[in-house]
Ligand binder design. Structure first.
Ligand code: MUC
Ligand code: MG
Length: 393
């Protein structure tokens, strides 16, 4: 066993990986993902990988693959060379001094560091994050083809394959009336076989949400994610109080920092937090947000930004350390992509994602796949999103 040692080098690259079908959200449709993959070397020879993925460039939040890459290469990596690799807290503090915000960029670097240090110690990363409390988690699949028949077909197949029995529908691109009709049709098709949740991705105002969410609940929806704009904590509070006996309100875009979590907890403005390593700024800060949730009797959900198996495995490691008040996880990113960056994906058994127990995040990166999807080879310059009907006038 080699002990942790100073950080020697950090490198980031942008990859472009097509999705198996267009993935439609309230703000646009993507047909490829552009994860930023970070590799970090310790002076003891150990190396680790991290990842930050966004959805549609800077359209899910402020950061884009290009800004993440730039923050890492220009500011974060130079600030960390020769720093003690095992001093995670000090590394985070130094990144905060070098760079305000940029949570996704910091999370990718911290991920690579924790992978490298865990591998130095020949331990799975969850051992450094508090120890494992789950060996597997129920795995959600998101229905977002934009076509009802295709969504139903996808859901039926995934049920048969025993991969997923919780389905999340992306709504908010159509009118609310159309969304209610589509969700109701899917709910009828899956009645008694699966659980249905929705993610509005901030598309509705408070009034629309108060009017249409009860109809979605009548149709069978049990968990409602980010129905209103990220700043609209007052509406989240009202919806949580009014709908709480019939369904759960989940914050996603609203809950990024531990301070956001405190605000929501104080205001009793959501029943569940969608935890995402990238938006919280890393694995350790994900645990901080989860700690606030636990103290406030708020449940958690293992969120995704549609990462490859690198970021998904890292997320699985931190989610595995959390308490039992959970609503499963949606680490299905690898399945949405045409191919992956690791030699073997995390298995899915009986509708549950299995935690890999090997050293680091328990997945082995395939260097040829990194080279194959590298932006230097794909020749792309930006991260694409089809804004479709979105108003520009
Ligand atoms: C989000 O807002 O939750 C997660 C799954 C998916 O389809 O999109 C993401 C982002
Ligand atoms: Mg969401």
């Amino acid at each position: 066993m080699i002990g942790p040692s100073p950080i020697e080098r950090i490198e980031a690259r942008i990859l472009d990986i097509p999705t198996i079908r267009p993935h439609k959200l309230s703000f646009g449709a993507i047909s490829r993902q552009s994860p930023v993959i970070v590799q970090l070397w310790l002076r003891n020879g150990a190396t680790g990988f991290g990842e930050a993925a966004t959805i549609g460039g800077p359209s899910w939040n402020e950061e884009s693959p290009e800004s993440i890459w730039h923050a890492i290469q220009t500011y974060l990596a130079p600030a960390l060379v020769d720093q003690d690799g095992a001093a995670f807290g000090a590394v985070l503090a130094r990144m905060d001094v070098a760079c305000k915000g940029n949570a996704f960029a910091k999370s990718a670097v911290e991920m690579a560091l924790i992978d490298a240090v865990s591998r130095s110690l020949n331990l799975p990363a969850y051992q450094l994050l508090g120890g494992k409390r789950h060996q597997s988690l129920p795995l959600v699949w998101t229905l977002a083809s934009g076509d009802v028949a295709q969504d139903l077909e996808e859901a039926q197949l995934r049920l048969q394959q025993k991969r997923h029995r919780i389905f999340k529908m992306k709504i908010g691109a159509r009118t609310p009336q159309q969304d209610v009709a589509v969700v109701s049709e899917i709910a009828r098709g899956l009645a008694g076989k699966a659980t249905l949740t929705v993610d509005v991705n901030q598309a509705w105002d408070g009034h629309t949400a108060r009017r249409y969410l009860p109809q979605l609940i009548d149709a069978g929806v049990t968990l409602i994610e980010q129905p209103v704009a990220k700043w609209n904590v007052e509406a989240l509070k009202t919806l949580s109080a009014e709908l709480g006996s019939r369904a759960s309100i989940m914050a996603d875009e609203t809950v990024c920092t531990p301070q956001d979590a405190m605000l929501l907890a104080r205001g009793q403005a959501s029943h569940v937090f969608s935890l995402k390593v990238a938006k919280h700024g890393g694995l350790l800060r994900t645990r901080q947000v989860a700690g606030i949730a636990e103290a406030a009797d708020i449940g958690w959900y293992g969120g995704t930004m549609l990462e490859t198996s690198i970021g998904s495995a890292a997320s699985a490691h931190v989610f595995a350390t959390l308490n039992h008040q959970h609503h499963g996880c949606e680490l299905f990113g690898p399945q949405l992509l045409v191919d992956d960056l690791v030699t073997a994906r995390m298995p899915i058994v009986d509708f549950e994602l299995q935690l890999p127990d090997g050293p680091g995040f328990g997945v082995e990166v395939d260097q040829t796949q990194l080279d194959r999807f590298d932006r230097a080879r794909t020749g792309l310059h930006t991260t694409h999103i089809d804004l479709g009907h979105q108003a520009t006038a």
